[in-house]
Design a protein around this ligand. Structure first.
Ligand code: SF4
Length: 225
């Protein structure tokens, strides 16, 4: 089941991959962290317009500490929440400078300010090329529906689903696999899923449950009729 999921997702991604500036193969842990901070509560297309300017100004934590407040706020303003984002970036930069580099382990990453389990996993996978679970709502929505027929509602169930999704990923293909999942969850397995056009529908428990409950409803209507 997991193998089929990975195979179909990777196939789908060949023609539907969304290219963003933070997705290049040599993205540094700092660049990845910056992208994750900007992507919070903000669409990727919007972030893609601001991100290259910010990375040019602050390609590493030390450089960020020398960017004047006014300039930093000016760059962040199109995204909104510019004061919170500027403060978060500065706190993150200072914390990394204090310890010397961006850690590679989830628990150490999560000791950095503004870094939760998903961001820590994203740094491990996309910047440190490690194998790690991504407990993200999009990964949870797709994996939860596909494997269990439901969306995880708690942090622990989200982590369980994320582990299950990871177990279906071919070794060495983690970045490609996760980018495919994130793109798929943003366009097909959205909050209102596009099941009729979904290439994963054959193996999906959510779709199966939906079909059987539709059949039941139809039978009941027929019985009443
Ligand atoms: S069939 Fe529907 S619920 Fe299942 S993965 Fe596809 S879009 Fe998501």
């Amino acid at each position: 089941m997991g193998y089929v999921l990975a195979k179909r997702l990777l196939k789908w991604s060949e023609t539907n991959y969304r290219d963003f500036p933070w997705r290049h193969p040599r993205v540094s842990p700092w660049e990845l962290l910056v992208s994750e901070l900007l992507l919070r509560q903000t669409g990727a297309q919007k972030v893609a317009k601001v991100y290259p300017t910010l990375i040019n100004l602050a390609p590493n934590p030390m450089a960020l500490t020398s960017v004047p407040d006014e300039l930093l706020l000016q760059v962040l303003t199109p995204l909104g929440l510019q004061y919170q984002r500027a403060r978060a970036l500065r706190e993150l930069a200072h914390a990394i400078l204090e310890i010397g580099s961006v850690p590679e382990e989830r628990d150490k990453l999560m000791r950095l300010p503004h870094v939760g389990p998903y961001t820590a996993g994203a740094v491990m996978v996309f910047a440190h090329q490690k194998r790690a679970a991504l407990p993200d709502v999009n990964v949870g929505r797709l994996g939860g529906r596909y494997f269990y027929g439901t969306v995880p509602r708690t942090k622990s169930s989200l982590f369980r689903v994320a582990e299950k999704v990871l177990s279906s990923c071919p070794r060495g293909q983690e970045p490609r696999f996760y980018y495919a999942i994130l793109d798929f969850a943003a366009t097909i397995c959205t909050v209102k899923p596009q099941c009729p056009v979904c290439p994963l529908q054959k193996g999906c428990r959510y779709r199966r449950a939906l079909r059987s409950s539709n059949r039941q409803v139809k039978r009941q209507v027929a019985d009443v009729g």
